[in-house]
Design a protein around this ligand. Structure first.
Ligand code: TRP
Length: 456
């Protein structure tokens, strides 16, 4: 009896962590992290990123989870329940806005993965010429028809899955593709590090040059930590509302942050050595990973054609599913909100977000082609969406969650959640340190980084 009880408990905590890791691990790790590292000077950025994860994102995760598990409701409901009659509940709408913007530009990058999956099917990636590989991305991005239709296909697939309620099926599929992705990435790390000229890239990742890390870099590191851990937009809150009372929030946060960061680092080591080997500019921005991957696979195909073909295909299939599971959960946030708060029918809600998402997606797609010179605040529309969601919306969202736990919730309730109703051992001293951090250190830290970034 005891054994079964124990196993069930372990099972549920494990399932929760897997679900959280599934949401966290996505294009943010594979595509966004390497390009951020390249834009902000390599190893120094990685150190800043890890620091931000441990000192700000992890406590941010804990706060969001505390609210979710305490209320056992979605964002809007949670704030209505824990702080009735106040304006905190408008966070619900803010989270929908963030999700919506991310889904739109995420679909562009998801579309690139779909495009590359189709190319790898026909062997174009693994049997190409490494010298011409970099141009593949540019040709694709410069063609409005190709990039828009791929974005539309990805967004459409996301909408259809949410509409059809086959989300669970896709998530089962990720039980195979996620570990597959992990092992393929490790394989690519080894391959990439053995490429001619790779040493320069490895040095770039491990020898920090702090002179390259300015306020912008710190803001980007914090934004990346939030983006990658899916923080500040209600996802962690909703997931945690289903978390068992006796599970440890801190432990779940540590596992999520740990697995997410590990995936990001592996991705950095898979991409950056090849960037240097191929002579690509590390600061190439969002295209970086998709310019580099064709080079890696063309080289691999030269050495081992059949293995190269199989690895390429499996890799993009895995990237596509990782991206889809992320976009599905973001789209779901939007749809659920419209259904619950405004009484939309499900198909109406799906349509109500698909159409504007598609339109914003078009502008984001064109930011790499005909509209690359159209700039607002010195950024293309894609860059603006990417930047605004993580450096502004998710950052402010996380700040609100932390402030709520530190200043609005009762201290006893926070303690109750952190100790899981007394079942998780947490010394008084440790609790007081965490509580002090949540009240006095983390909010100003987020605010300072945010302001430096805005005012710069
Ligand atoms: N963390 C995801 C990634 O790294 C992206 C993401 C941000 C996300 N917010 C989310 C995924 C909300 C699911 C739900 O790719």
């Amino acid at each position: 009896m005891n054994m079964i009880g124990k196993r069930e408990n372990f099972g549920s905590q494990f399932t929760f962590i897997m679900a959280m890791a599934g949401s966290a691990i996505g294009l943010g790790n594979i595509w966004r992290f390497p390009y951020m590292v390249g834009e902000h000077g390599g190893a120094a950025f990685i150190i800043a990123y890890i620091l931000c994860c441990l000192t700000i994102a992890l406590p941010g995760f804990v706060c969001e989870a505390i609210i979710g598990r305490r209320a056992r409701l979605g964002v809007y409901g949670a704030f209505s329940k824990l702080a009735p009659g106040t304006k905190w509940k408008w966070m619900g709408a803010a989270c929908v806005l963030t999700s919506f913007i991310i889904v739109s530009f995420y679909s562009v990058v998801g579309g690139w993965s779909l495009d590359f999956l189709l190319r790898s099917l026909t062997g174009k990636l693994s049997h190409g010429n490494p010298d011409g590989a970099v141009a593949i991305f540019n040709k694709m991005a410069a063609s409005p028809v190709e990039s828009i239709s791929m974005m539309a296909a990805f967004l459409g697939l996301t909408a259809l899955i949410v509409l059809g309620g086959v989300k669970k099926g896709i998530e089962k599929f990720t039980k195979i593709t996620m570990p597959m992705l992990f092992f393929l990435m490790l394989l690519i790390v080894v391959f990439s590090c053995l490429l001619p000229g790779a040493g320069e890239g490895i040095r770039y990742l491990i020898k920090p040059d702090f002179s390259k890390l300015d306020g912008d870099g710190w803001a980007a590191a914090l934004g990346q930590a939030f983006f990658s851990m899916s923080l500040g937009m209600g996802t962690v809150l909703i997931y945690s509302s289903f978390m068992k009372k006796e599970d440890s929030i801190i432990k779940s946060g540590l596992w999520t942050a740990g697995s997410d960061t590990m995936f990001a680092l592996i991705s950095g080591f898979a991409i950056m050595p090849a960037v240097f080997s191929a002579g690509i500019e590390p600061s190439a921005g969002p295209p970086l990973v998709y310019e580099t991957l064709p080079y890696i696979f063309a080289k691999m195909g030269q050495d081992a054609p059949i293995l190269g073909y199989a690895v390429t295909l499996a890799f993009f299939l895995a990237v596509l599913t990782a991206a889809l599971t992320s976009s599905i959960s973001m789209f779901e946030v939007c749809v659920e909100h419209a259904v619950e708060q405004y009484g939309f029918k499900r198909w109406q809600a799906v349509l109500a977000f698909f159409v504007p998402g598609f339109i914003l997606g078009i502008f984001c797609s064109l930011s790499f082609g005909p509209m690359k010179d159209v700039k607002l605040f010195d950024k293309t529309i894609f860059d603006l969406c990417d930047y605004a969601s993580s450096n502004i919306l998710m950052t402010l969202g996380a700040l609100v969650f932390v402030l709520f736990v530190g200043w609005k919730m009762k201290k006893a309730d926070v303690r109750d959640e952190l100790t899981s109703g007394g079942t998780v051992r947490l010394g008084n001293g440790v609790f007081n340190v965490i509580y002090f951090l949540i009240r006095w250190i983390i909010p100003p830290a987020i605010l300072v980084i945010f302001l430096i970034n805005i005012l710069q």
